[in-house]
Design a protein around this ligand. Structure first.
Ligand SMILES: *[C@@H]1O[C@H](CO)[C@@H](O)[C@H](O)[C@H]1NC(C)=O
Ligand SMILES: *[C@@H]1O[C@H](CO)[C@@H](O)[C@H](O)[C@H]1NC(C)=O
Ligand SMILES: *[C@@H]1O[C@H](CO)[C@@H](O)[C@H](O)[C@H]1NC(C)=O
Ligand SMILES: *[C@@H]1O[C@H](CO)[C@@H](O)[C@H](O)[C@H]1NC(C)=O
Length: 630
């Protein structure tokens, strides 16, 4: 029987309080970095330091700095006076030594970070073995700054601290190296890591932290897993109901398989909302999603399932249901039946193979201690300490590869996750134009319509983004339809409109797609007696019967005589019709000129050969043919 679980025997109430921390009387393994005193030479030595459970330790790296000890306020519980008094004036960063006591560890480190320190060492106040500096529990005030701690910190023994303090007091330049290069074992070219988590998304800061981490680390994790660089296994903590309480209503509502696997009630109220067993059952499903997909070498799908489930089926939104989970599975092409088989019958009085293994795994083995805190990340059998920050975790995993055998993702200097490389992060994009709404940010990818060459895109970022404002037609034609045929280009974008697309005349559609209007078939033009109509792309040709000529503006045919005089008369008639009479001739001169260029010239072409027929516009083609017939 797992010994630490027996704690539950004392009271069932513990079950409901366990949702944040599982404090047990078990071995608490301290993850170490090494501290070396480099100068003065009389103090040259090497020591262990316990990495704190907040801030960002530099796994795989090291830092050399000068040690400072504040003359006043050495507990670091109050903000330090002055403008970044510990900001280094040299190329060597400042390592600040502080005393234990009076306030939270995290507050000391926060104050030191604000004062410009690069690393904090906290020295113990009593002689004992090293402990892990943990997060403050249940302090909303602390939540605000813990999140912002980005410097590493470590806990050192009282004896070392005392020696260092003395040296600094004697005005010696104490130089120290903190080294995390051996913090994660790196025996071979594959890293095994596990993440202890929970499908409950409503337990406050810790739950948010783990979901934020899963969402932001997903891209990295999948690249590593697909490349075969890592073997990742998710784990879920379960509790169990003491024998004596097995048939109590509390155990029945919080456990499945007759009290064997339990989780605390999410609302901490047995009568209301979701019950503990809903959580266990969902945890089990997520485990099975991993198992089943692992069998087909698609283990990385777990990351998609968990993030999609969180978005679509959150407990907060009261959508934490089997149906919702199955919808997510289907959308990810997961075999629902197989996963249900893996989950087994929650009502049956039998062991569940999957959850039984989880309970056994909870207990420490090898170098790894018991899993006592959620969330917990274990890399190559060593518990990760520090904030679950995407870049920091990747560094830690990268430091677990045998040297020179790191995958490429570890070697790029600015370790971009490139979640955007993965199906464009699910965001909107214009592939051929290389325009995307996907952005890699500190918090993972976001889908946000971009600004390209000063042109703003607007939309939801997932399914739509549209260019907006002047000049929008210069980029991808403002997202509007455009097509070129026979060297003629038609477009639905107009710079004079600030948004939207409108098919040009002769075309019809929504602006994204425009189709040529068949003026002939639809009887929109050229319907005069005896006319023959030919549709063209973006227009039409009309041929009149007998001796008549077609006038496009008026959509009519008019008589012409067989002589040049006749054609001049035709010209006159045209001028009258178009210009409203000779009196308006001057006024319409310009328009007439262009009119001549097209209409008249095409009419003329029936009577005299033109040198430059190829310059005549397209709709005169039929006339050209006719000329041959004359
Ligand atoms: C840097 O110089 C300023 C001004 O001289 C001083 O107040 C501060 O203590 C110095 N900081 C360190 C870390 O030496
Ligand atoms: C996943 O599959 C690999 C073999 O491909 C196996 O070694 C590993 O144990 C599996 N993990 C789980 C949790 O089943
Ligand atoms: C999964 O990968 C393992 C090891 O690479 C291989 O032996 C196995 O055949 C693969 N399974 C499937 C279903 O592709
Ligand atoms: C697309 O844009 C990104 C970032 O602006 C750039 O790194 C990449 O080389 C571009 N790709 C192409 C095919 O133009």
């Amino acid at each position: 029987m797992p010994h630490f679980l027996t704690l539950l025997l004392s009271s069932l109430l513990i079950i409901i309080q366990l949702h944040v921390h599982v404090h047990v009387h078990a071995r608490f393994v301290v993850e170490k970095s090494s501290v070396s005193v480099l100068s003065p030479t009389s103090l040259k030595s090497k020591h262990d330091a316990a990495i704190a459970n907040f801030g960002i330790p530099d796994y795989g790296g090291f830092i050399v700095g000068s040690l400072f000890y504040p003359q006043t306020g050495a507990f670091g519980c109050l903000p330090f006076q002055g403008d970044k008094p510990f900001k280094s004036n040299t190329s060597r960063p400042t390592i600040l030594l502080l005393d234990r006591g009076d306030c939270y560890f995290a507050l000391k480190v926060w104050n030191a970070q604000q004062a410009g320190a690069a690393v904090v060492l906290v020295m113990d106040s009593i002689d004992e073995s090293l402990i892990t500096m943990d997060l403050p529990e249940d302090s909303t005030e602390a939540d605000a700054y813990v999140e912002k701690i980005r410097i590493p910190s470590a806990f050192i023994e009282k004896s070392l601290g005392t020696t260092l303090k003395e040296a600094v007091r004697n005005a010696e330049d104490v130089v120290i190296r903190l080294d995390w290069r051996e913090s994660v074992p790196h025996p071979d070219n594959r890293v095994e890591y596990e993440f202890w988590t929970n499908s409950n998304d409503e337990c406050g800061t810790r739950c948010n932290e783990q979901m934020d981490f899963v969402k932001s680390f997903k891209g990295h994790a999948q690249i590593l897993e697909k490349g075969g660089y890592t073997q990742f296994t998710p784990h879920y903590i379960t509790w169990y109901c003491p024998e004596a309480f097995r048939f109590s209503s509390q155990c029945k509502s919080q456990c499945i398989n007759h009290g064997r696997y339990c989780a605390p009630d999410p609302e901490q109220d047995f009568g209301v909302g979701y019950e503990g067993k809903d959580i266990v059952y969902e945890n089990l499903r997520q485990l099975c999603v991993h198992r089943v997909s692992n069998e087909t070498n698609r283990s990385w799908v777990w990351w998609d399932f968990v993030t999609d489930f969180h978005v679509r089926c959150s407990l907060k939104d009261k959508r934490y249901t089997k149906q919702c989970a199955e919808d997510v599975m289907k959308s990810l092409n997961l075999p629902v039946d197989k996963i249900n088989d893996c989950m087994g019958d929650p009502e049956a009085d039998v062991e569940n193979k999957v959850l039984k293994i989880e309970q056994e795994m909870q207990i420490g083995h090898g170098a790894r201690g018991d899993v006592t805190i959620l969330p917990t990340l274990v890399i190559n059998e060593v518990q990760y300490r520090g904030k679950l920050d995407r870049t920091a975790v990747l560094k830690a995993i990268c430091s677990g590869f045998k040297e020179t055998e790191e995958p490429p993702i570890c070697l790029t200097s600015d370790i971009q996750t490139d979640e955007c490389l993965e199906r464009n992060g699910g965001c909107w994009q214009l592939l051929q134009q290389n325009i995307t709404a996907c952005k890699d940010t500190f918090r993972g990818r976001v889908c946000e319509c971009p600004v390209v060459n000063g042109v703003q895109y607007k939309g939801d970022g997932y399914t739509t983004c549209e260019a907006y404002g002047p000049a929008r037609c210069t980029i991808n034609n403002g997202g509007c339809w455009s097509e070129t045929k026979n060297e003629l280009t038609a477009t639905a974008c107009s710079n004079s409109d600030i948004s939207g697309c409108k098919c040009p005349s002769g075309f019809r559609g929504d602006g994204q797609n425009c189709e040529d209007v068949d003026e002939c078939k639809e009887r929109l033009a050229c319907q005069c007696e005896g006319c023959s109509c030919t549709n063209t792309w973006g227009g039409y040709h009309c041929k009149c019967s007998g001796n008549q000529v077609y006038m496009k503006d008026q959509d009519t045919c008019i008589e012409k005589s067989g002589s040049k005089v006749g054609s001049f008369l035709v010209f006159l008639v045209l001028a009258v019709v178009v210009g409203g009479g000779l009196a308006g001739y001057m006024f319409y001169k310009y328009r007439l000129r262009s009119y001549m260029d097209s209409e008249i010239m095409s009419i003329m072409s029936q009577y005299m050969p033109l040198d430059s027929q190829n310059k005549v516009e397209s709709h005169s083609e039929t006339e050209t043919l006719r000329q041959g017939a004359v």
